[in-house]
Design a protein around this ligand. Structure first.
Ligand code: ADP
Ligand code: ZN
Length: 818
């Protein structure tokens, strides 16, 4: 009887694939280890071992595996369980989850080359038969590939063999096995062994009398190491002794010092500077902490609804410190990690080197290190702060999950599959681990708040700002009226302009919010109304003044700004609407002596650009910061006296059933940036419609009415949270084929589903990157069995996939579309 292993491949196919293995491999392979396998004609994939068994596949002949890549599992059973939930719930394949869950370095393949070290007579070494074979082969050729080694020793699992030989210092390898991961090596300096005795030392110093710089370096070395006995970095010695590299290298050449290298974790932090025990909580915080802990006892997730600047972060800190003292791991999820340098710094002050940060702007190597740290339960990764993808990490001992700013849409993954919601997947993850789970927000999502009503979550509240700081005063400014009375300076009402002047004169800073980047959304011909369109997408191009370009915000297409209209040749082009660039320019005109910065997608490209702007603003190197919703995200600036919103209407009128909820959240959050110290802050919101109920609710901090009103509307129109929405997008380059296929799919859904099916419909932007899009919306009453409906959808999808003329059509399911 042969042995087999079921392998999960990182591809969008539903099933596992069975490969044959030897009896010895069968004992070596554990579920969760990576195995490389041949697939198709000549491809090699890195797959994941799921199960070892003795049942040959019936439909095909099992091919042998290629290599075993791990000696211990790198994916854990609970993790796989979580991935399975994601694939079922979000209607995608387990392979798609696998592919996006692991750092791509784990899936890449490259050759490892093995070289022999210099050693004496091979016959005199104490070697196993296999080791002997390898070394013998290396006497005949300069290097070996892993493949060749596999055929020499005739077995698949050669990693222990290679590692053994490396440990015995008989061979070395170039490149990690199949990984791009390279541990970062740091250079250290130490004395050659025989100089470590005092008497020899004097000889050294005597010998250096005519080399004062080198003498200095040696003396500094002693100063730095005599007490700590810690390894000394070359960099540190250079800095402290002010010696050049050449000086120290000279000492190495003289045989006094030697260099050595050690692996270091790339992402290291300073030790703690604040003590959790020093936190003094106010009454509301204490009550909230009590409710949260009670909720944890009955094993329910808790939603913390605390107004902006109420001290939610400190509450998290308290809970985190309790959990890590029991040795368990903590996951702290944030919507967009790039936007949260401030928060990371705050948590680092308490937990220092126990924090690992995980996000996509980090390099491959850094991500691999965090993965391994979490897998091995290292204390350097006991607290993971990360964006949504950190729910995929191999937690071995998870004790607490915190989802901060739980209302943010950016927790939802759009493309590619799995289109999961980070918050919801985190709640499920906590449950699988029997871990505590806390969601926090100043403006909770309707979904989560509704869950506290139905008893799925519990609710804790903080209604006051910490330290008796008052909520900022919010004023709605009617710009229709101001325009009529000719009281506008460009886009600024006299009211807003005056307040900015006063705030700046008082030495405080100002934040101006405009939810659109670029200069103006559209450049239009005043005579024929033509606006330049993206050649790849169904949208008008946005004018970016500082580059003098028209750009497409969907595909990145850009062209130089035109002097005349493409349609009629007229030379009178004008801009319509406005973005952050234009606001910045007007402010420069209005306040020529002030420094005016801008924060949006265009000004924050690159790893540190965002942090630089925040820093500069914190250091008061800018008086006014103009920004898109980036400026709303959890920033804690101490000196902001005024927040201005240029135009609330384009938020409210956005064609989306969530537009009102979102406007409430966005405006409340941006208002929350004002007046975070004793002096009460001010917020001015410009609008054409100051009587809009959402704006009234924002200015009165009336979350409850907003919630009740929005919930009622959602129920009326069968939207979440009372109903579930599954959105299907079909894409193709061929317009006619897409129409036909969409009709087929939609018709089949209507035949089998006991749910409302809307569409197929072209979205507002029907063509992106030359692909036509068509949408189908499925609305499921929650009382209905969503599970059954998803199964039926899968069956329709399988029939669809079997139709050969529709092969080119791309399908994307978006469950709980936001
Ligand atoms: P939130 O996260 O709710 O917006 P923060 O956690 O940023 O609020 O708190 C607002 C400010 O109050 C911060 O500067 C924070 O350091 C301070 N603060 C909150 N709670 C405490 C506490 N218990 N002890 C000391 N300072 C606190
Ligand atoms: Zn485009």
């Amino acid at each position: 009887m042969g042995f087999f292993v079921d392998i999960l491949l990182p591809i969008p196919l539903e099933r596992l694939f069975t490969y044959s293995i030897d009896a010895s491999d069968a004992t070596d392979i554990q579920p969760g280890m990576r195995i490389s396998v041949p697939f198709g004609k000549s491809k090699i994939y890195t797959g994941l071992a799921i199960k070892v068994h003795q049942n040959p596949p019936t439909a095909y002949e099992a091919k042998p595996i290629h290599q075993i890549l791990d000696t211990v599992p790198m994916v854990l059973p609970k993790q796989l369980q979580h991935w399975r939930w994601i694939s079922t719930y979000y209607l995608c394949t387990l392979g798609e989850v696998f592919r996006s869950a692991v750092p791509s370095a784990f899936l890449l393949e490259s050759e490892t080359i093995i070289y022999a070290n210099k050693f004496d007579d091979i016959e005199s070494l104490d070697l196993s038969d296999e080791e002997y074979l390898v070394l013998e082969a290396l006497q005949h050729q300069s290097s070996l590939k892993v493949d060749e080694l596999v055929s020499i020793v005739e077995r698949k699992n050669v990693i222990p063999l290679i590692n053994g030989l490396v440990n015995k210092k008989l061979i070395h390898t170039k490149e990690q096995l199949f990984q791009q991961y390279q541990p970062k090596m740091v250079k250290y300096v130490k004395l050659q062994q025989h100089y470590e005795f005092e008497e020899n030392l004097q000889t050294v110093l005597d010998g250096l009398k005519r080399a004062p710089k080198q003498m200095d370096a040696v003396l500094t070395y002693f100063q730095l190491t005599s007490q700590t006995k810690k390894p000394l970095r070359l960099k540190e010695l250079e800095a402290k002794s002010k010696a050049a590299y050449a000086t120290i290298k000279g000492l190495v050449d003289k045989g006094i010092f030697e260099f050595y290298e050690m692996q270091t974790d790339r992402v290291t932090f300073e030790p703690n500077s604040k003590m959790v025990s020093d936190l003094v909580f106010n009454e509301e915080q204490l009550t909230a902490l009590g409710s949260i802990k009670k909720s944890f006892k009955i094993k329910k997730p808790c939603l913390l609804h605390g107004v902006t600047s109420s001290g939610k972060t400190e509450v998290y800190v308290n809970l985190i410190s309790e959990v890590i003292s029991t040795g368990k791991q903590v996951l702290y999820l944030l919507p967009e990690i790039a936007l949260t340098t401030q928060l990371i710094a705050r948590l680092k002050a308490y937990f220092g080197n126990k924090i690992a940060v995980f996000h996509s702007k980090y390099s491959l190597n850094e991500r691999v290190e965090v993965w391994n740290g979490v897998l091995q339960g290292k204390s350097s990764a006991q607290i993971v702060i990360g964006a949504r993808s950190s729910i995929f990490l191999p937690f071995c001992n998870l004790g607490l999950v915190v989802v901060d700013e739980e209302h943010e849409n950016s927790f939802k993954q759009f493309d590619p599959a799995p289109r999961y919601h980070g918050r919801d997947a985190a709640v499920v993850l906590a449950k699988l681990h029997d871990a505590k789970c806390l969601l926090g927000s100043a403006t909770p999502s309707l979904e989560s708040y509704q869950n506290t009503m139905t008893g799925k979550y519990t609710l804790a509240k903080i209604t006051q700002r910490y330290g008796n700081v008052l909520m900022p005063q919010i004023e709605l400014v009617d710009i229709k009226e101001a325009t009529r009375k000719k009281r506008m300076k460009g886009r600024f009402s006299d009211r807003l302009w005056n307040e900015i002047t006063e705030t700046l004169d008082a030495g405080e800073q100002v934040i101006i919010f405009q939810n659109r980047r670029g200069f103006a959304p559209i450049v239009e011909c005043t005579s024929c109304g033509h606006a330049s369109q993206c050649p790849n997408c169904d949208v008008s191009l946005t004018f970016h003044q500082n580059r003098n370009q028209l750009r497409c915000h969907y595909c990145g297409y850009h062209s130089a700004i035109l002097k005349t209209c493409q349609a009629c040749g007229n030379a009178t082009l004008d801009t319509k609407g406005f973005g952050t660039e234009q606001v910045q320019e007007e402010l420069i005109g209005l306040f020529p002596d002030r420094t005016i910065g801008r924060m949006d997608l265009d000004s924050t490209r690159g790893k540190f650009a965002y942090a630089k702007i925040i820093n500069a603003f914190e250091q008061h190197e800018m008086d006014i910061l103009v920004g898109t919703q980036m400026v709303t995200k959890g920033l804690d600036f101490r000196n902001v006296g005024l927040v201005g919103v240029m135009n609330a209407d384009n938020l409210l009128n956005f064609p989306d059933y969530r537009a009102h909820e979102r406007s409430f959240q966005l405006l409340t959050q941006v208002a929350g940036r004002a007046g975070r110290t004793e002096k009460r802050g001010k917020v001015l919101i410009q609008t054409y419609n100051p009587y809009h109920s959402i704006l009234q609710q924002v200015s009165n901090y009336d979350y409850d009415h907003m919630f009740a009103e929005q919930l009622y509307e959602r129920e009326q129109f069968k939207y979440p949270p009372t109903n579930k929405i599954i959105k299907l997008t079909l894409k193709d380059k061929d317009y006619n084929k897409l129409n036909e296929a969409s009709d087929w799919f939609c018709g089949s859904l209507r035949n089998v589903l006991n749910a409302q099916v809307l569409g197929p419909e072209y979205p507002a932007i029907a063509r992106i990157r030359n692909q036509y899009h068509k949408h189908v919306i499925i609305k499921v009453k929650k009382a209905n069995q969503t599970e059954g409906i998803k199964k039926s959808i899968k069956r329709v999808q399988n029939s669809f996939n079997a139709i050969s003329k529709y092969r080119s059509i791309r399908l994307a399911f978006d469950v709980d579309h936001v």
